[in-house]
Ligand binder design. Structure first.
Ligand SMILES: Cc1ncc(COP(=O)(O)O)c(C=O)c1O
Length: 382
């Protein structure tokens, strides 16, 4: 039986009439850029996240840039982030005109290691650091870094692209730092029908700056105070997202059930290993106690990852590698000045991680098929 990595049609079918009605409303009002649908979504999103402001924009990548620019990060300053993330976490820092400094990850969570961040802060470039940009990878919050930020007078800018609804110490992603960026790319837990993103914050000043920067630095129409950009959310995306926002808690809950079932099935098959590094079996994802993981991805570690990926593909079982090349080893980021060996945990993770199918509607029999296939692969080669 084939098992898809993600099947968005299963999400669409039960809510398609609501979505069509919402799109019809945009056509009736003819408000295609921002407008009342986007404003309604922003309002509901801020309430759901427990933050004072939520500002829609055109993608998660732009949201990261907007967050950095609103926070005043620019030339002559440095931002610390992780080498194990999507490219935009670093490229947005460079686009803001700042320097990106990297710190290694915690091998259990794949998130930025607080000890490694302190190492960079205490190093020769530490004095240029203006902000820390933790990424809540795969749907689990990175350490909030709030006390470190306070001690050292640094801004905390969350890359919450993968973490709608995730929590750390009872606080939702989006409200853990000074400002946060979300993506609504169609594969995300809360997804648009195209590109869309959002920045969130509690500070009125940061909100005012972000609103101004997303519209070419305008406070008053056609009076430009700063060089901003066009990064507005469009009305259709706002309308779709406002509908889906009503379902996201249930979908995140269903993802949690799917993750629990994988845990149980892998343990029952005798394949689960303690970790953080794999030996013969698979290391299951680690949930930090007291935090809420929203299971954007279910990522295991295994020693013969590439062979398993190909084996599953031959059986038409979806799996993906997030991410095969750590950011410091990307061709485009050689300019950062790191080399292979600079971040051993990120490099090892890039060789061992494999994301298995996860989405709210994934059925138990499909998960059993995935686990059976992994068991067959491991037994054939042991
Ligand atoms: C961690 C992370 N940061 C940033 C982004 C960029 O978001 P977008 O694709 O909406 O520009 C993504 C998603 O692709 C992401 O996963």
């Amino acid at each position: 039986m084939p098992v898809p990595m993600l099947d968005l049609k299963r999400q669409y079918q039960p809510i398609h009439q609501e979505l069509l009605d919402a799109l019809g409303h945009v056509l009736e009002t003819q408000q295609f850029i921002l407008g009342e649908q986007v404003a309604a979504f922003e309002h509901a999103a801020a309430r759901q996240l427990g933050v004072a402001h939520a500002i829609g924009c055109s993608s998660g990548t732009d949201a990261l840039w907007l967050a950095l620019a609103a926070a005043g990060v620019g030339p002559g300053q440095a931002v610390i982030t992780t080498p194990f993330s999507f490219f935009a976490s670093v490229s947005a820092i460079l686009r803001a005109g700042a320097t990106a400094l990297l710190a290694d990850i915690d091998p259990a969570t794949f998130n930025l290691s607080p000890a490694a961040v302190e190492g960079v802060l205490d190093g020769p470039q530490g004095k240029f650091v203006r902000a820390i940009l933790p990424v809540h990878l795969f749907g689990q919050c990175a350490d909030s870094f709030s006390s470190l930020g306070q001690q050292r007078g640094l801004r905390i800018i969350e890359d919450a692209a993968q973490a709608w609804g995730a929590e750390w110490g009872g606080v939702k992603a989006g409200g853990l730092g000074d400002i946060a960026a979300f993506s609504f790319y169609p594969t995300k837990n809360l997804s648009a029908a195209g590109d869309a993103g959002m920045v969130t914050m509690n500070s009125d000043d940061l909100a005012e700056r972000a609103r101004m920067l997303r519209q070419h630095g305008m406070r008053r129409r056609y009076y430009h105070d700063e060089i901003g950009w066009n990064t507005r959310m469009d009305g259709f995306q706002g309308a779709i997202l406002a509908v889906k926002l009503r379902y996201i808690e249930g979908w995140n809950h269903a993802r949690h059930t799917v993750a629990r079932r994988y845990h149980a099935l892998f343990h029952a098959a005798g394949l689960a290993e303690a970790g953080p590094y794999p030996v013969h079996g698979v290391v299951l994802p680690h949930e930090v106690p007291g935090s809420r993981h929203v299971w954007h991805q279910y990522v295991v570690r295994t020693a013969r990852r590439d062979a398993l990926h190909e084996f599953l593909a031959r059986r038409k079982i979806g799996s993906e590698i997030y991410y095969p090349v750590p950011l410091h080893m990307q061709e485009a980021l050689k300019c950062l000045g790191y080399a292979e060996g600079s971040f051993p945990e990120a490099e090892r993770a890039a060789r061992e991680v494999l994301a298995l199918p996860i989405f709210p509607e994934l059925r138990e029999d499909e998960q059993q098929t995935v686990v059976n296939a992994v068991a067959e692969f491991l037994s054939e080669r042991s």
